[in-house]
Design a protein around this ligand. Sequence first.
Ligand SMILES: *[C@@H]1O[C@H](CO)[C@@H](O)[C@H](O)[C@H]1NC(C)=O
Ligand SMILES: *[C@@H]1O[C@H](CO)[C@@H](O)[C@H](O)[C@H]1NC(C)=O
Length: 301
Amino acid sequence: MHKLVSVALLVFVSWSTPAVSSRSGVPCYQSIFSFGDSFADTGNNPVVFEWYSIFDPVTRPPYGTSFFGRHTGRNGDGRLIIDFIAENLGLPYVPPNLAHNGSFRRGANFAVGAATAVDAGFFHERGIPSATSKFPLNTSLGVQLEWFESLKPSLYRTTRECKKFFGRSLFFVGEFGVNDYHMSFQQRTVQEVRSLVPDVVASISKAIEVRYVLHQRLITMHGARSLVVPGVIPSGCSPPILTRFADASPPSAYDSRTGCLKAYIRLHNSLLQAELAKLQAKHWNARIIYADFFGPIMDMV
Ligand SMILES: *[C@@H]1O[C@H](CO)[C@@H](O)[C@H](O)[C@H]1NC(C)=O
Ligand SMILES: *[C@@H]1O[C@H](CO)[C@@H](O)[C@H](O)[C@H]1NC(C)=O
């Protein structure tokens, strides 16, 4: 499932980058905490796949070969966006919480390849992607947040110390969503996908609700002050989806300018941005940054 997320798409990202260093030259951010799927996972997925006895292709070449010289658990042969951000902030690569034996004082990465925003039970109850599939695994946004909360006591002793520390951390919440949709689209015809739309839309609002809760928790409860929230990728442009629906889609299903299948992306990302604007209005002392993949194309799909 995580293979659907092509890392080649990662090169085009645009967002308003927060200030990298303060006037004194001291880095603004002392650590990075990250939640998400394969776009951000720096090494958790092989651990989780092993729990479920699922073969994980990222443990074989060519994964890792072009930069690290060995597989690292990343869904790519080189670095991910989060790696470049860490480098630019003068921080170490964000260590995967399930695979790292050491300190998390400079950050922790809870992202897992193939993770969904919505809890796994939502899909399993509906037989999505199939009644026998182990996917989605128990690694949703809510589960990652639980991992974060159980790591917290090892970072600092008091809530006050933790809040101060998280106030100087950069939080990444996402990408989330693409696996929710791709999971729903497995083994379905276009007609069936159409009939799934109410569920998909429900899962969009559920995802946003989960994000909402998360932000409430991260900002209010844990003291996060800088959050970057990516939208979903334009998956209607991705080869697996284009191939999957190639025979069954009428010409009108495609955007004439991009050749991409028109999908749910625009709806998801606009609901998300509206939600983030509401959150920003509520939390004047936090900075909530929407990040989008493929900015200009995103308007079209
Ligand atoms: C973790 O690191 C400690 C020392 O830093 C070592 O004693 C221990 O064996 C390591 N555990 C694993 C699972 O690698
Ligand atoms: C999923 O993981 C969380 C956190 O580790 C755990 O509390 C929960 O019981 C797990 N759920 C299932 C269905 O395994």
